[in-house]
Design a binder for this molecule. Structure first.
Ligand code: AOF
Ligand code: ZN
Length: 378
């Protein structure tokens, strides 16, 4: 089989996997296509936890024709009995002759054993086709499996003069509708969306996925699971009557472990789950938060906060990716900064590795990865 063909069909597997972009978590997004004589004879994708895996749907569709065919999967077929039996066994039973894998599954229950089992049974296995794209699709799942914590993505909308709000905190709306529709895409693919008290005290944000805006950005109408909405409020300044709490099915408040009194009692009274975190300098220990979120199966965390909290995530070197929307507008010299980072020397500056830049309406979106050094730690 020509390498170009492998790439073509792996791209198809990735497209199938993307149908689970907003619903597969905490499981990875997985797609599978079964190909014989250059023709797809079965396809499938994993819709979410508890549902059959991608390979199972694809094999069902292919039926007996799967014998001697090639299966393309963006993630290594599993080898363990989880909620479903191992996909490696299903592929063997169906008599598939070759399996092309995009990326190894770092889940310790799998971690190469799926591939081993297939090879041991005489199936030809090719690993690493379009590996980078397969990695990009499941960065959160991979990080949680390898490090126990979610992938942290910080979103910031700012003006061309580097301001995120007026001095009063007023910030609606800096960017235009297209950029805001794109924000819905990131929210929908996140397992959790996090904000801070400063933000909620200034606006009526609920951090819900706006499906009317999402369909503009992603018109296929795939299933969407609501992300967990997290409020960081170390002093419990946000009232339980804030619109953020109008729906309690998917909220959580994180506060300081030394909080007590009426405000805490009011949250408990309303049945709002509260996570108490130790302090670390001026902020809560965000690393502890990430550990707790990892244990809850959060793969991708999106931070949509003001400059103080975004700054704390950057200072604690916890940000994996920045999604910046820059609007062609000046908010003036009294406005709030992009992040609160009280640096004094150039040596401490945080370099950003720009991965992608693109225009949304009149605004620019920049995706960048902070390059931390020991020097950039405050
Ligand atoms: C595959 N194909 O489509 C997916 C896989 O609880 P379970 O049984 O659903 O197992 C979940 C684990 O299986 C998940 O953590 C990951 O390692 C793997 N996901 N594997 O062969 C799939 N979704
Ligand atoms: Zn499986």
């Amino acid at each position: 089989m020509m390498a170009g063909q492998d790439e073509h069909w792996m791209q198809r597997a990735i497209r199938l996997a993307e149908r689970g972009l907003f619903s597969a978590a905490p499981n990875p997004r997985v797609g599978c296509t079964i190909v014989k004589s250059g023709v797809e004879i079965g396809s499938g994708w994993h819709p979410g936890t508890g549902e059959p895996h991608a390979e199972v749907f694809a094999l069902r569709e292919a039926g007996k024709a799967a014998r001697g065919a090639t299966a393309y999967v963006n993630l290594e077929p599993c080898s363990h009995f989880g909620r479903t039996p191992p996909c490696a066994d299903a592929l063997l039973e169906a008599g598939v002759a070759r399996v092309v894998v995009g990326h190894i599954d770092p889940n310790p229950q799998v971690a190469g054993q799926g591939i081993e089992r297939l090879r041991a049974a005489g199936v030809a296995v090719t690993v690493g086709v379009l590996e980078e794209a397969c990695d990009a699709l499941n960065k959160g799942f991979f990080k949680r499996m390898q490090q126990g914590v979610p992938w942290v993505r910080v979103k910031i909308a700012h003006s061309l003069d580097g301001r995120t709000a007026m001095a009063s905190g007023e910030s609606q709306w800096i960017t235009g509708e297209e950029a805001r529709a794109d924000v819905q895409y990131w929210r929908a693919r996140s397992c959790a969306v996090l904000t801070g008290a400063d933000t909620l005290l200034h606006d009526q944000a609920r951090l819900k996925v706006r499906r009317d805006l999402l369909v503009r950005r992603w018109p296929e109408h795939p299933p969407v699971e609501n992300p967990l909405r997290i409020l960081i409020d170390s002093q419990l300044r946000v009232s339980p009557d804030h619109p953020f709490f109008s729906d309690l099915s998917d909220v959580m408040v994180c506060t300081s472990a030394d909080q007590e009194g009426d405000a805490l009692a009011a949250l408990h009274h309303r049945g709002i789950p509260v996570l108490c975190l130790p302090r670390r300098g001026d902020h809560l220990d965000l690393n502890e938060l990430l550990q707790a979120l990892g244990e809850r199966g959060i793969n991708e965390l999106m931070v949509e906060s003001g400059p103080r909290l975004s700054g704390a995530f950057i200072q604690q070197q916890l940000v994996d990716e920045l999604v910046l929307y820059c609007a062609p507008r000046w908010l003036g010299s009294k406005g709030l900064p992009v992040v609160d980072l009280p640096l004094t020397r150039m040596a401490k500056s945080v370099l950003l590795d720009v991965q992608d830049q693109r225009q949304f309406g009149a605004d620019w979106r920049i995706i960048a990865v902070p390059e931390y050094t020991t020097e950039s730690a405050l």
